[in-house]
Design a binder for this molecule. Structure first.
Ligand code: MN
Length: 377
């Protein structure tokens, strides 16, 4: 994979908010944009200005906040959309139109020729206004490759800065993505932006496959928020680039948990314990072998350090715990168990967790200890 040229385009505020049932208050939008900017996101897709009202107001507020990140507005290939974006003061626009026959026929009721013509006109207008332009090929993954290539070439010739390859319904797999992106780059000299959805659980993998094939831009959302099953997650893409592909974007990853929790609260979408990168279980160990391993050397059962994303390691005392974890836990309380005490405690701990069907709180562990060995003086 190519060095540090990867540009992260976060669309939590546009695609993320398009999640059925999600709406952010304007204050929340500005706050999210601020966190994204602080973390190091290069470009923020802030919303759809032509909607007017609060939506337009929020994009304007974000543009005025003086962030380092580039601010992008989302548009149909229509002059009044782009004028609304310009009103807000954005420096970049996404200009979106469908390229698949199923969308062209059933949604737009138009022709491939019309699609190219509208896109070209809109791009030329936006470029004349000095905007950076990402041409979005909506439903690119179900588009005829020959037509998509022609579309990309027309976009480039009209002055577009890049082509957003949208896997709108999330039906790609990493191998196909790799081949298709290579094909477009080989045929047309234009930068590619990945925009992948998670309908089959492959959004992040597909985004990475696109980067491996030469895409320089990658669209993401915080915790993978987005239409239906969501988008590729910001924290997953950044951490996978860093640890699996050795591309360190120098983001402030230690803020990932804070950002994830904020977006989770603002969107009313619970952050699952098993969420990759920022879930509360990422560094929680219960089973005896694992807990013993991480106590001897964290890298035995962890892919990276919890502090890197703002989390902490947690040894959970439950049914699968062993004596090593119990000893370590009680050492935290200043009580040093003998082997015999640890074994006695363990059997009581196991029966208690089974009857309660959950791990134990620290207080409960102390009560069990006191029941067995009496209060400490
Ligand atoms: Mn999308």
């Amino acid at each position: 994979m190519a060095g540090n040229e990867i540009i992260i385009v976060d669309t939590t505020l546009r695609d993320g908010e398009q999640t059925a049932g999600v709406v952010f208050a304007n204050k929340e939008k500005v706050r999210i944009a601020k966190l994204l900017d602080e973390i190091g996101v290069h470009q923020i897709e802030a919303g759809v200005p032509v909607m007017g009202g609060d939506e337009k107001e929020a994009v304007r507020d974000i543009c005025r906040a003086g962030f380092k990140a580039s601010i992008m507005g989302w548009n149909r290939p229509v002059t009044k959309d782009i004028e609304a974006s310009l009103d807000c003061g954005v420096d970049a626009v996404a200009i979106s139109i469908s390229t698949s026959d199923i969308h062209i026929k059933h949604k737009l009721g138009t022709s491939r020729e019309q699609v190219v013509e509208q896109m070209v006109k809109a791009v030329e207008f936006a470029k004349k206004e000095g905007l950076q332009v990402s041409v979005n090929a909506e439903d690119a993954s179900r588009s005829d490759m020959k037509f998509l290539t022609e579309f990309a070439r027309a976009a480039r010739d009209a002055g577009a800065d890049r082509l957003r390859y949208c896997d709108t319904v999330g039906i790609m797999d990493p191998f196909t993505v790799y081949d298709r992106i290579r094909q477009i780059i080989d045929a047309v000299n234009i930068d590619i932006e990945m925009h992948t959805h998670n309908d089959f659980g492959m959004a992040t993998a597909n985004a990475l496959a696109g980067i491996k094939a030469g895409a320089k831009y990658v669209g993401v959302t915080v915790i993978g928020l987005g239409e239906r099953a969501g988008n590729a997650a910001l924290e997953e893409v950044v951490m996978a680039l860093k640890h699996l592909h050795k591309i360190d974007l120098k983001f402030k990853t230690g803020m990932f948990l804070e950002l994830a929790e904020y977006v989770s609260t603002a969107s009313g979408r619970e952050l699952p314990a098993w969420k990759a990168i920022v879930g509360s279980n990422m560094f929680a160990h219960e089973s005896g072998i694992h807990a013993d391993g991480v106590q001897k050397h964290p890298m035995t059962y962890e892919a990276f350090h919890p502090e890197e994303v703002g989390l902490q390691r947690q040894i959970v005392i439950g049914k699968h715990s062993g004596t090593a974890a119990l000893k370590a836990k009680f050492a935290e309380f200043g009580r040093f168990l003998t082997d015999l005490q640890a074994r006695e405690l363990l059997s009581k701990v196991r029966s208690t967790t089974v009857s309660l069907k959950r791990p134990l709180f620290d207080k409960e562990l102390v009560y069990i200890y006191e029941d067995l060995f009496g209060k400490r003086d």
